[in-house]
Design a binder for this molecule. Structure first.
Ligand code: ADP
Ligand code: MG
Length: 728
């Protein structure tokens, strides 16, 4: 008897919203657990404070004496907040964050102890790195790894622990994390963008990439979650018939938020705000029990740390409210999956958003420069962007008519499209006359007015311009944004470097500055045209059209990951100084491995669930039916007994058919897995897992979901989609 499922459901019905004390104003809580600039000013001698600020701004090394002073200040502040431990907080390539806590407490002689935390402990630690993925970088005889302080992201307190954001590198200096290459890419885009800005404004000395993420997630009651081994172990439902009502009535999106959920949201938002995460937006998403949370945008490295912290908080706080959060890209077939839009722009130390149209022709020319160069970078590196968002989970979303397709393209809206078309057409070859220039300037000057009433929104584009930023919409909800941001900032850095070089050589060749810029923009507009697409990205026509244009359509992770070994990609990353050949190869290997393991776990679990949950339930119900048929025959006699059992016999047969088909597809899957496991080459193995093992999932599931429809509700062992998605 499936008491587990029914008991879980009963539990949910008795839940009350867990109210939290909301007497405090959010603005009073903001950053209260962060060792931010103002706290440093208070705790540090003013000389030291100035040096620290300068080092953070310029990315300089801090000397040991200063590190000691900061460590002392951090410790004193943390102890006033009740902290007893500290940890280096880092982002290994597992995708999760990692921490190892050490106590401030330090016994110095019998019966006597002090709280100790000095510069060495702040700056560098040596965690046992052997159990993090390294893609072959670390030899087994040298398993050491180091974490090193990232002063550009402030330390914070969670619970009783002071957390210090750090990078994670091998003994030989290769990065083993997401943060180090992100910092390098941000540094590269900073210097390349500053050099282009100098064409327009000599006062620009620093350009920050900005990131505003939007995090989607599902919330499921803890009891129902615990009764679903697939949700527990893989984060997605491997089985489950779509409910009669899903999202077709469009009644969930932006709908009123139920009490239990809004109590949860208030709680995690309060915690987020204490950690300095400026969360401002919350709403229901398209699917039932799906929600979104978004903060104000911030500098990219900080924004990314904040996203990782928020994902952690979502989970921690959910447990307190008897919920579990699902960050998987596609927890439930048949309803929308979850993504993480990455809104991205570039902003200068002079307060200018470089992707925001300006107030006059000059600033608009600067806007166009960054705008057009971004499009060109995407055009030249579409496959890399695709690889950056590849994961087993995201494969379910991309191209499934709910998220952007796996084809990378750029949407800019009809007004900007015609502005670019005009520029392309109107810039004549040869020397420009003063009249030509005036006319062009007039055209360029019109852009802000155009944009004001340009409300174009194309939700089907993976990379869309939205008025003053680009929005990369294909990022998976569970992934570390760094993966996308490392690639994006690297390719933009490379493109801006090339642009400055070409403009300089045009100027050397005799063109005026504006003329050189305009002509170079024209060349870039021409060369990157095929990546621009304004139509419906979900349609089949686009797939055909994209193929004609020569754009890639890499449908699954194993195919998407191939690009990491391309010699052009290696030179790009080495030239921009973000990742070395060895580091790239290691990352590729880790991603293949990760893909294989994810599919392997799903496959094992599919087997377990069919064998130990579904087949027994089907047999139990079938036996009930058989007993009934036999009973009817013994009461009514053979002939009328059989006549009265037509429906039951039909059901008995249907159940047998689905059982047999489910079982033989499971057996085939098992065989394929055995074969795949024997393959040595990791790419081939990943492809086998994709094409052979995963290929069996749909058949197994099809028959299992049919059984769910046929079998007595009382007997069915797994909580159904209607329970998972509509109880809250
Ligand atoms: P939506 O895309 O849902 O319509 P908005 O356009 O208001 O919502 O903004 C979405 C996100 O874009 C927000 O998280 C916001 O912080 C971010 N954003 C706004 N301006 C920038 C910028 N200059 N750089 C990066 N992100 C930005
Ligand atoms: Mg958005």
């Amino acid at each position: 008897m499936a008491t587990k499922r029914l008991k879980a459901y009963q539990d949910v019905l008795h839940r009350e919203p867990k109210m939290v004390d909301s007497s405090e104003k959010l603005s009073d809580l903001y950053c209260s657990n962060v060792f931010h600039k103002e706290v440093m000013r208070e705790y540090l001698p003013s000389d030291t404070f100035k040096q620290v600020m300068k080092a953070i701004d310029l990315g300089d090394q801090l000397d040991r004496k200063i590190a000691d002073q900061i460590a002392l200040a951090m410790k004193d502040w943390a102890i006033t907040k009740g902290a007893t431990h500290y940890t280096h907080w880092f982002q290994p390539l597992t995708g999760a964050t990692a921490e190892k806590h050490d106590a401030f407490f330090n016994p110095i002689e019998a019966g006597k102890a002090i709280e100790r935390f000095d510069g060495d402990m702040l700056v560098q630690q040596e965690p046992d790195a052997s159990s993090f993925p390294n893609g072959g970088i670390r030899n087994t005889f040298e398993a050491r790894g180091y974490t090193a302080w990232d002063p550009s992201s402030p330390a914070f307190i969670i619970g009783k622990t002071l957390c210090i954001p750090t990078i994670f590198i091998s003994y030989t200096g290769e990065s083993l994390d997401f943060k180090m290459p992100l910092l390098k890419a941000l540094h590269a885009v900073d210097s390349a963008a500053v050099s282009v800005c100098k064409l327009f404004d000599k006062n620009v000395s620093k350009v920050n990439a900005t990131l505003g993420w939007e995090q989607e997630y599902f919330l499921i009651d803890q009891a129902l979650f615990n009764a679903r081994p697939d949700l527990m172990l893989t984060g997605r439902a491997l089985f489950g018939h779509a409910p009669a009502k899903g999202q077709q009535l469009d009644d969930h999106y932006f709908g009123s938020i139920p009490d239990r959920i809004s109590a949860y949201m208030r709680d995690f938002e309060g915690e987020a705000i204490k950690l300095g995460i400026p969360v401002t937006t919350r709403h229901n998403e398209v699917a039932p029990n799906q929600f979104e949370c978004a903060p104000m945008f911030e500098e990219c490295n900080l924004a990314n740390d904040h996203n990782l912290l928020l994902m952690d908080l979502l989970e921690k706080v959910a447990r307190k409210h008897n919920f579990r959060v699902l960050l998987h890209e596609k927890p439930f077939a048949g309803v929308n999956g979850s993504g993480k839009h990455n809104n991205w722009s570039l902003s200068t130390n002079t307060g200018v958003n470089l992707l925001s149209p300006g107030k006059n022709p000059k600033s608009n020319l600067q806007f166009l420069t960054f705008f057009v160069n971004t499009i060109k970078a995407i055009h030249d590196n579409a496959d890399l962007l695709r690889a950056a968002i590849a994961s087993a989970g995201n494969d379910h979303r991309l191209g499934a008519n709910e998220a952007p397709p796996a084809i990378i393209s750029v949407f800019i809206g009809s007004q900007l499209s015609s502005a670019l078309d005009n520029l392309e057409k109107n810039i004549k070859a040869g020397k420009m006359t003063p009249e030509d220039k005036t006319e062009l300037k007039l055209d360029i000057g019109k852009i802000p007015q155009i944009l004001l009433d340009n409300t174009d929104r194309n939700r089907t584009s993976p990379f869309a311009f939205t008025g003053n930023k680009f929005e990369f919409r294909a990022v998976g909800s569970a992934s570390n944004c760094s993966s996308a941001m490392i690639v994006l900032n690297t390719i933009i850095a490379k493109q801006l470097k090339e642009f400055r070089k070409s403009v300089d050589s045009r100027i050397k060749g005799g063109d005026g500055k504006d003329e050189a810029i305009l002509k170079e923009l024209q060349a870039i507009i021409k060369a990157s045209k095929k990546i621009r697409f304004e139509g419906n990205g979900y349609g089949d026509e686009w797939v055909r059209e994209a193929e004609k244009r020569g754009l890639s359509n890499l449908k699954d992770t194993p195919r998407a990951l191939k690009i990491w070994e391309d010699s052009k990609v290696i030179s790009l990353f080495e030239e921009v100084g973000v990742l070395s050949k060895v580091e790239l190869a290691a990352r590729q290997e880790i991603e293949y491995e990760n893909y294989i393991l994810k599919i392997q776990i799903e496959s094992r679990l599919m087997w377990d669930i069919t064998q130990s949950y579904l087949i027994p339930a089907a047999v139990e119900y079938q036996n009930k039916l058989i007993q009934n048929v036999q009973g009817l025959k013994s009461v009514l006699g053979d002939k009328s007994g059989l006549k009265s059992s037509v429906a039951q016999i039909d059901l008995i047969e249907s159940i047998s058919n689905h059982l047999n088909s489910m079982k033989s597809a499971s057996d085939l899957m098992l065989e394929e897995r055995k074969k795949a496991n024997k393959i040595d080459d990791i790419e081939e193995k990943a492809i086998a897992y994709c094409d052979k093992v995963k290929a069996c999932f749909d058949t197994i599931r099809y028959h299992a979901d049919k059984l769910e429809m046929l079998i007595d509700d009382e007997i069915w062992p797994l909580p159904k989609f209607r329970e998972l998605l509509f109880t809250r």
